[in-house]
Design a protein. Structure first.
Length: 279
């Protein structure tokens, strides 16, 4: 961290003289590639609302953790979100219902259960606001280290399994005919999303996290002409919008997660009109 702090000091930018902004910027630079990469698979696999459903299950985990007296309930959130992802994969592989329908069932159940537990016994809901709105400025060096390990894991997954993931998402029957274990591949990806969503929830905010996992790839599809550009524009767009959103939120005193989501929405709007102009 000392090297990163020194680099920030060398820029002579006013907002980077504060330790919490140095931590937040580094966290954003790790989170953005995560969102950008995962976004490509989420959009391709038509799982746009799955991350939202995972956030709801993560919120339920936090409510359970608080009820049990946990000081850091995020571990409960990760555990319950992973369980949710495994159950979703199990039901999806054995049901004739569409993925959207199954996601809706799990999502509505998870959010209802979370609110029920959070307000049990007349408890105040305000202590959960951090997870709904997010606070990237509160990130610690230890949490950044865990995020870096998750990013490394996702990068390794992409290096060794990107083609299998995309083929499974686009055409599961063809993937299965080529010997790819589609059910295991889908389960691995859903667990990966579960971990990222729940870890990022307290910094980005449950209410906007879905947009950060959909808009980068949705925007990239307006520009990309091949799979490599699809990944590149998604990651670069997520990174640029995340840094701009963090800096803007610092100067305006507003939510960083919401500001990042608005920049991503602007990115989608610009690329949408660019695509139509190019055609």
């Amino acid at each position: 961290m000392s090297i990163w702090y020194a680099l920030c000091e060398a820029t002579h930018l006013e907002f980077l003289h504060m330790t919490f902004m140095k931590n937040a910027l580094l966290a954003v630079c790790i989170l953005a590639p995560l969102f950008g990469l995962l976004s490509t698979m989420i959009v391709t696999g038509r799982m746009s609302f799955f991350s939202d459903a995972l956030g709801h299950s993560g919120f339920t985990g936090i409510a359970v953790g608080v009820l049990c007296g946990a000081v850091q309930p995020i571990g409960w959130a990760v555990g319950l979100a992973v369980l949710f992802a495994l159950l979703f994969s199990f039901v999806r592989s054995r049901s004739r219902q569409s993925a959207d329908t199954i996601i809706g069932v799990f999502s509505s159940t998870a959010v209802a259960l979370g609110i029920f537990i959070a307000t049990l016994g007349g408890n105040s809901f305000t202590k959960f606001n951090r997870y709904l709105i997010g606070d990237i400025l509160s990130v610690t060096p230890g949490e950044i280290g865990r995020l870096a390990l998750v990013l490394l894991g996702v990068l390794l997954l992409w290096v060794f399994a990107a083609n299998r993931l995309f083929l499974t998402a686009v055409h599961p029957q063809l993937a299965s005919s080529r010997g790819i274990p589609t059910e295991k591949t889908q389960t691995l990806f859903t667990v990966c999303i579960a971990v990222v969503v729940t870890l990022a929830m307290s910094w980005v905010g449950l209410m906007v996290i879905n947009s950060l996992l959909v808009l980068p790839a949705a925007s990239s599809r307006n520009l990309a002409r091949n799979l490599r550009e699809y990944h590149l524009f998604s990651v670069l767009g997520a990174l640029a919008c995340s840094v701009l959103g963090l800096v803007t939120a610092y100067y305006l005193g507003c939510s960083a997660g919401a500001t990042i989501a608005l920049y991503l929405a602007l990115y989608f709007t610009v690329t949408f009109f660019f695509r139509n102009t190019r055609q």
